[in-house]
Design a protein around this ligand. Structure first.
Ligand code: UD1
Ligand code: CA
Length: 459
């Protein structure tokens, strides 16, 4: 698709009742504007121009660093027609196919955009609008056709008579394709004599038709792709639709979901075949799960990569690398920069931050491990902690291969514990431990005979 795409994202989003830009609200942890921009890029857009205005800086920040995406500012929000005029004036776009997408149209699919843009590619039509029939058409612009079945005009809900609102059921999805030359030549003719006093982009269809140019529509069979977000209720509705769509695709690809309704997987996450996902699981951002894993219940993974055959139970992880045959949880909290190597374990009530747990090493119970590099085959006894923070600096701990950390060892960093070493239970380790050594720091145990009997006699 060799088209310029303009995305309209400057509106106030009044109906959201929010302190933030409407298009910054998230669907499955991804801002709405990114859904639309990514769909445009995936459709093959040559150039993506986003019109920002209300909360412009917030929206710009969401698009920062994206190749081929530029922002234009619509300082005064006078309507969608005005937004397009501002975009054309600022960028000088005046030819070639131009696709326009509302920024609050997150579920539009790249293949729909492509097929739709093709309707104007052969030059017979100068404009096309994507349409749909939804169970609840309230709020959408309605398509009025002439006797020949051609688009006559689009009437906004607020400008409809009761009769029109009842009988015109084909809705404008907020996605348009134009011949850029025709668009640029006539965008200035859009007026604002309507119920909202705004410059309506949909009026362009009637304007071009009156100039004798071809105007057509493309019906989207799946109305859900064309739904817009104007309110929190619609945000929740579209989030559920997005979830169902993603889950259906993953199940078709061989993923088992015990309860798809409570499984929330973001659009950029992937899951391998024969992985089983238990209820109340969220896989967000660029999370990648391999094959034959068990994930959940009650698990939230963000930007986390998991290999094959790992078991992740009641775990929260962000920015973590989990390799193959790893066991996590129940109740593990894995923080950024953590790497669990093959066959390792982060067990129950365990928190690990910015640490490598080597091949086959285990941190099974009630531990905090931070800023630590652990070799292979290490066993960390229950309740052991790396004291990595001295109040000013974060300090590192190293633990060599096959070392045994006794229960309740405090490792006061910076400290290096060698390979094949042992620390005695309850030791506070403040000095480096050489390879093969036992380090024990513990006051001697005293025995006071007959204590209980004497105490009872006194009472
Ligand atoms: C719009 C269409 C309606 C269509 C519906 C589909 C118009 C006049 N109406 O209505 O026919 O059925 O979308 O969801 O276009 N925006 C700007 N600058 C502005 C005003 C809006 O960039 O000055 C942006 C908004 O941020 C939003 C998009 O344009 O992303 C659509 O605006 P919105 O106010 O949501 O239009 P609707 O009332 O939903
Ligand atoms: Ca809208």
């Amino acid at each position: 698709m060799e088209a310029t795409v303009i995305i309209l994202a400057a509106g106030e989003g009044t109906r959201m009742k929010s302190n933030h830009a409407k298009v910054s609200h998230q669907i499955l942890a991804k801002p709405m504007i990114r859904w639309v921009v990514d769909a445009a890029l995936a459709a093959g857009a040559g150039r993506v121009i986003t019109v920002v205005g209300s909360h412009a800086d917030e929206v710009r920040a969401l698009l920062a660093g994206l190749d081929g995406v530029e922002c234009v500012e619509q300082a005064e929000r006078l309507g969608t027609g005005h937004a397009v005029r501002v975009a054309l004036e600022a960028t000088g776009v005046c030819e070639g196919p131009v696709v326009i997408l509302n920024g609050d149209l997150p579920l539009i699919e790249p293949k729909t955009i492509r097929k739709f843009a093709d309707t104007v590619a052969d030059g017979t039509a100068a404009a096309a609008v994507l349409t749909m029939t939804t169970p609840d058409p309230f709020g959408y612009g309605r398509i009025e056709l002439d006797e020949a079945g051609q688009v006559l005009r689009i009437i906004e809900q607020k400008d409809c008579t009761d009769e029109q609102a009842k009988t015109l059921l084909e809705c404008n999805a907020g996605c348009y394709a134009f011949d850029g030359a025709a668009l640029a030549a006539h965008i200035g003719e859009v007026g604002c004599d309507n119920a909202q006093g705004e410059y309506y982009l949909p009026d362009m269809l009637e304007i071009l038709r009156n100039h004798g140019l071809g105007v057509t529509y493309f019906h989207c069979n799946d109305f859900r792709e064309g739904l817009g977000v104007n309110s929190r209720a619609q945000l929740a509705e579209l989030t559920a639709i997005a979830r169902d769509r993603i889950n259906a695709r993953l199940m078709a690809e061989g993923v088992t979901m015990i309860d798809p309704a409570s499984t929330w997987i973001g659009p950029d996450a992937t899951v391998g075949r024969d992985t089983i996902i238990y209820p109340a699981t969220m896989l967000m951002g660029e999370t990648v799960i391999g094959e034959e894993c068990t994930v959940g219940p009650n698990t939230r993974l963000t930007d986390t990569r998991v290999g094959d055959h790992s078991v992740i139970d009641e775990t929260v992880a962000e920015n973590v690398q989990i390799d193959n045959f790893v066991t996590c949880g129940p109740r593990a909290y894995l923080r950024p920069g953590t790497h669990l190597c093959d066959h390792s374990k982060a067990g129950t009530h365990v928190e690990i931050k910015k640490s490598t747990i080597g091949v086959g090493s285990k941190v099974p119970h009630l531990s905090y491990i931070g800023d630590t590099t652990m070799g292979e085959g290490v066993n960390v006894g229950a309740g052991s902690i790396t004291c990595n923070y001295d109040g000013v600096h974060k300090n590192a701990t190293t633990i060599g291969d096959n070392t045994f950390i006794g229960s309740d060892t405090m490792m006061v960093a910076p400290v290096n514990i060698g390979a094949n070493a042992v620390t005695g239970a309850s030791s506070c380790i403040t000095k480096d431990v050489p390879d093969g050594a036992l380090a024990i720091e513990r006051s001697e145990q005293r025995i006071i005979e007959g204590y209980t009997a004497r105490k009872r006699a006194r009472q």
